[in-house]
Design a protein around this ligand. Structure first.
Ligand SMILES: NC(=O)c1ccc[n+]([C@@H]2O[C@H](COP(=O)([O-])OP(=O)(O)OC[C@H]3O[C@@H](n4cnc5c(N)ncnc54)[C@H](O)[C@@H]3O)[C@@H](O)[C@H]2O)c1
Length: 464
């Protein structure tokens, strides 16, 4: 076995700069990029608000903030410590503030409305994933971008993690020959996984299900790593743990009479930020953040698996679990000459044990420091060889493996830093959600679904 340490991505990887979706914006002189934001919830007011200003306040300014919940909006403004106007009406914000970029951080099923309106008002857009939740909305976005000539960046932060980038390096270098199949499994633990069932994510009409809300990340990684686009999906899924699958239920954890017997009881009031964001503002819109994971209204799947056929011939096997004792993932790429394997946070494979109840908070933090003595490992095995190589990369403490801060740096500072076309636009946004949308349809109709049934986009064997 031979150990190698990655130092960074290769110079060749940085050459493909032309396709950076941000190229339409010129960072000139001292002028700050004028941003408006819609959706000042957790992700909006944290990563795309307070943290963004803290890290890049020299480059950007907020000219307007908008949300349907006036309490959450006021709270966000106080956290940002800005003077810009706030709006309950998005159209009014666009009219009055005329921003360069609109940041969309609302509930998934509403993204399309704001993306399209912003483009039509002459703004560029940064949208959180998933780009949207169904194929009709997806087409509206693609058409609006084409018509207006403005650009949408889809914030696929995972791509920018140090680990994901190093894996991309090995695949782009054809280290084990042509890849023919992939095994990819993602495990959400009983804390983070359960959290999706406490609020709007548990409703198909709001999140498009975890096939779209969560798996868009994973499908985007697959598409990017393979440098190819999907053509067909066959999927299975069931709701057999959360939702209706329990003898008792309540409305919120706070008000529940089953606190003592429920393993999923969670006291939101112990978290000051979440209390300020949600609990104190329930009276405005009835949005409860600590809803019951056993609610009968939950209509998404909690176990999912799919086979995806790619335009370059690769077959990918994917699964997502939402009630695992630990949070982590593993992937293997089978090539004609060997195999590449890697994983994150599988307890029996790593030296230090994580506190599973803290995993989500770590994931959302923007800490960018490496954990001393801890590395991620990528195993590369050649057929017929006894020895194998282990490539190591630093393990970054928070923020989606360092992806969060690196993505924002590439957006607002190192505009020419686009290794392996890591910056994602609407085509990437579309191709990742279309896998999830096809999976939903496949389950419903019990048949393989072609991507061409959902879009006019013709899947490319080689994206770049
Ligand atoms: N990339 C990542 O790692 C990551 C992580 C977390 C969340 N997200 C994404 O960020 C987005 C927001 O997630 P969140 O966890 O902050 O959710 P949230 O519920 O905390 O926030 C959503 C906000 O949007 C507001 N809103 C809803 N409908 C609206 C409308 N029609 N008009 C104006 N405002 C509206 C709500 O009042 C709320 O303040 C989602 O799309 C989610 O998928 C991405």
């Amino acid at each position: 076995m031979e150990r190698r340490q990655f130092l960074g991505y290769t110079a060749a990887a940085g050459a493909a700069l032309m396709l950076h979706p941000f190229e339409s914006f010129a960072f000139t002189g001292d002028a700050k990029l004028r941003l408006a934001q819609v959706g000042t919830g957790h992700r909006g007011s944290g990563f795309w608000g307070r943290d963004l200003l803290k890290a890049f306040g020299e480059k950007i300014e907020f000219v307007g903030l908008s949300d349907i919940n006036p309490g959450r909006l006021a709270y966000a403004k106080s956290v940002y410590e800005v003077n810009c106007p706030t709006f309950s009406n998005f159209d009014e914000m666009l009219r009055q503030t005329k921003p360069d970029y609109v940041i969309v951080t609302t509930v998934d099923a509403t993204h399309d409305e704001f993306i399209v309106k912003a483009l039509e008002a002459g703004c560029n857009v940064i949208t959180e994933k998933p780009m949207t939740t169904d194929e009709v909305k997806c087409k509206r976005i693609l058409d609006a971008e084409k018509k207006t000539g403005k650009k949408v960046v889809v914030a696929f932060n995972y791509r920018h993690s140090v680990h994901a980038m190093q894996l991309k390096e090995l695949l782009a270098a054809d280290r084990v020959g042509k890849i023919t199949s992939v095994d990819f499994n993602w495990y959400l633990n009983v804390y983070h996984g359960a959290d999706y069932f406490r609020r709007w994510h548990g409703r198909m009409a709001r999140s498009g299900s975890l096939w779209v809300h969560k798996a868009t990340h994973h499908f985007d990684l697959l598409n990017w790593w393979l440098n190819s686009e999907p053509v067909e999906v066959m999927a299975y899924g069931k709701l057999e743990h959360y939702g209706k699958n329990n003898a008792f239920r309540g409305t919120t954890c706070r008000s529940c009479e089953h606190k003592k017997e429920c393993k999923f009881y969670w006291d939101i009031t112990k978290d000051e930020r979440l209390t300020n964001l949600y609990v104190k503002n329930e009276q405005h819109d009835g949005y409860v953040r600590d809803g019951c994971v056993w609610s009968n209204e939950i209509d998404i799947y909690d176990k999912m698996s799919a086979q995806i056929i790619y335009a370059n011939g690769v077959t990918a096997n994917y699964s997502l679990t939402t009630y695992s004792p630990y949070e982590g993932w593993q992937i293997a790429f089978n090539g004609m000459k060997g195999r590449i394997e890697t994983w994150e946070d599988i307890p029996y494979l790593q030296k230090m044990q994580d506190d599973q109840s803290k995993r989500h908070a770590i994931e959302m933090s923007t800490a960018d420091d490496a954990i001393a003595g801890e590395v991620r490992e990528i195993m590369v095995m050649d057929n017929f060889e006894k020895n194998y190589e282990i490539f190591t990369t630093p393990k970054i403490k928070g923020g989606h493996g360092g992806g969060d801060i690196r993505m924002q740096r590439r957006m607002f500072v190192d505009k020419n830093d686009n290794p392996h076309n890591v910056m994602a636009g609407t085509r990437e946004g579309a191709m990742s959600i279309l896998i999830g949308i096809a999976a939903r349809k496949s389950i419903k109709e019990n048949r393989p679904v072609k991507i061409s049934e959902l879009t006019d986009l013709v899947p490319m064997a080689n994206r770049f």
